[in-house]
Design a protein around this ligand. Structure first.
Ligand SMILES: Cc1cc2nc3c(=O)[nH]c(=O)nc-3n(C[C@H](O)[C@H](O)[C@H](O)COP(=O)(O)OP(=O)(O)OC[C@H]3O[C@@H](n4cnc5c(N)ncnc54)[C@H](O)[C@@H]3O)c2cc1C
Length: 507
């Protein structure tokens, strides 16, 4: 058995190198040496040497053998980068419109699910080199001076990360650039797609150059040109604006946690994004005044009280000292994210309000689902259909949850106000409730049924609080009914679309 595993792995690696060479990718010799000498060598020594021979008789030999097989051998095999080799035969061209970074503010907090996906692709270390710091969960404060609800990630999920977006993008580009088979071209905006009949066969760049490809992946953000060129419709809604502030020091009440401060016209999201660095995204409604002066005055008047001291003073001083940085928040809802020869991932395929900080985690989910479908079904239309189904299963739950949470957290009507109070009471009463909510919020649990069950529980708890006030109870039930009906309609539409999707076996 051991010999068969050794011969099989050695042959697979050798064939991988031959395939990569045929496709013009030179595979570094030192990686092969590491794989054969340290990876397979250590496996052979353990299995065929003293530990393997005496494992059945000596308990310590058995324990040592299993421990080494589980911990040391995989790490030594990984030195030869066998997964990169498997991918090395493919040639990928990444086209990025900016030479440097996209000037628009983008996400920085990644939930554990997203971090695990990055780790599995060997990219977590790039983020850590880019200055990422651990995030342990969320601390949500319902209003000025009110008790905070702490929603930690469960230990088994691992930690999240907070990282400066521009540094993250720079580190990821470096990591990707050095991978075999990947060419990164910056300052090359895509303006259109090429077609052969209904099939997409490549892209056209702004300079007129055309590139042909077996698969085109549009990952160009919420205002995606590729999505428009593919003719995939999107329902785009401008929701609010985010005013961005950056401060320095141990200013967050719960170190290592993302924070949400409520009680202002929009939620304030605050999180660590580097050593001693805190970023704030202050959500301001569309009717807020325009221009730096009026906007700063408005933020001071309406949001300052929601932030605890000393964070409040630091934020106001930082806003006053720097040019105003603001960006629009959108919801983008798509019904299709694939077409023959092309797929959308990340915000190009749709996005929600950034309140739950899940955009990048969802984008990583897209990447993993697409890769999985392509690995299972090959690079044909069936893989894209499967990707679309799985993606929307995850994304639809996120959309309804984020919309509901945004309404509840802003509490602009009596029903949402009652739901907000009920939510905090629900969290205060049980750690299981906090864990379930955090599971939905961070994308660990993407089942719509969990969301509906939790929503019903919160409605019940809120109704218990308001039963003596019939007007509030009526408002609460109306808001809850509308939300659950909305969720049910979306669920039914997705279900019907999945039923209609053609079913074929792997290509
Ligand atoms: C205020 C705010 C706060 C947020 N906070 C968080 C958070 O804390 N955590 C989180 O997970 N998410 C957050 N998000 C959401 C997150 O930013 C997005 O979900 C994420 O950036 C999506 O990544 P993407 O690669 O799909 O798109 P983008 O990050 O928008 O990247 C698109 C890329 O495509 C390039 N591009 C655009 N057009 C073209 C073209 N024609 N040709 C070639 N290249 C092109 C752009 O230059 C850019 O590099 C936040 C969003 C906002 C607005």
């Amino acid at each position: 058995m051991t010999i068969a595993v050794l011969v099989g792995a050695a042959l697979a690696y050798a064939l991988g190198m031959r395939r990569a060479a045929r496709r013009g990718t030179s595979w570094p010799a030192h990686r092969a040496v590491l794989f054969y000498a340290l990876g397979l060598g250590s496996y052979a020594v353990i299995e065929l040497g003293f530990l393997g021979t005496w494992s059945a008789e000596l308990r310590w030999a058995f324990v040592a053998r299993i421990a080494l097989l589980l911990m040391a051998v995989p790490a030594l095999i990984a030195l030869g980068r066998p997964l990169d080799l498997a991918r090395a035969g493919l040639s990928v061209t990444v086209l990025e419109s900016h030479h440097g970074h996209d000037p628009r503010f983008r996400g920085e907090l990644i939930h554990p699910r997203g971090v695990r996906a990055l780790r599995s692709l060997g990219l977590e270390s790039a983020l850590l080199q880019g200055g990422a710091v651990p995030v342990q969960g969320f601390a949500v404060t319902p209003g000025p001076g009110l008790r905070t609800a702490l929603l930690p990630y469960l230990e088994r999920w691992g930690q999240g990360l907070g990282v400066d977006h521009q540094r993250m993008v720079a580190s990821l580009r470096e990591a990707v650039r050095s991978r075999p088979g990947i060419t990164l071209r910056q300052g090359e905006p895509v303006v259109d797609v090429l077609r052969d009949g209904t099939r997409v066969t490549g892209v056209r760049l702004r300079n007129g150059e055309t590139l042909h490809a077996g698969l085109v992946i549009g990952a160009d953000g919420r205002q995606s040109k590729v999505r428009a060129a593919l003719g995939l419709e999107a329902d785009v809604k401008l929701l609010s604006y985010s005013v961005i502030a950056s401060v320095q020091g141990a200013l967050l009440p719960w170190q290592g946690f993302g924070h949400v401060f409520l009680g202002a016209p929009g939620p304030v999201l605050a999180y660590p994004y580097g050593d001693g660095l805190v970023r704030l995204c202050i959500d301001v409604p569309l009717e807020a005044p325009r221009g730096r002066g009026p906007m700063l005055k408005w933020v001071e008047q309406h949001y300052a009280a929601a932030m605890p001291q000393p964070l409040r003073d630091a934020v106001l001083s930082s806003l006053a000292a720097h040019p105003l940085e603001a960006c629009a928040t959108h919801s983008v809802h798509t019904r299709d994210c694939v077409t023959p020869g092309a797929a959308l991932v990340g915000d190009a395929g749709g996005c929600s309000h950034p309140l739950t900080a899940t955009g990048m985690t969802a984008a990583m989910n897209d990447v993993m689902e697409l890769a999985q479908a392509l690995t299972t079904y090959g690079p044909g239309d069936r893989a894209l259909e499967v990707y679309q189904q799985r993606r929307y299963r995850f994304v639809r739950a996120r959309e309804v949850f984020t919309e509901a949470l945004y309404d509840v957290f802003r509490a602009t009507d009596a029903g949402s106000e009652a739901l907000k109070a009920g939510t905090f009471e629900y969290w205060r009463r049980s750690s299981a409730a906090r864990a379930r909510s955090m599971g939905i919020l961070s994308g660990e649990d993407s089942r719509r049924r969990t969301f509906v069950t939790e929503y019903a529980k919160v409605t019940g708890r809120s109704a218990l609080r308001t039963w003596k006030q019939p007007a509030r109870t009526r408002a609460l039930l109306t808001t809850s009914f509308l939300r659950i009906r909305h969720t049910a309609v979306r669920t039914a539409v997705s279900w019907a679309r999945e039923r209609r999707a053609p079913r074929r076996g792997p290509a």
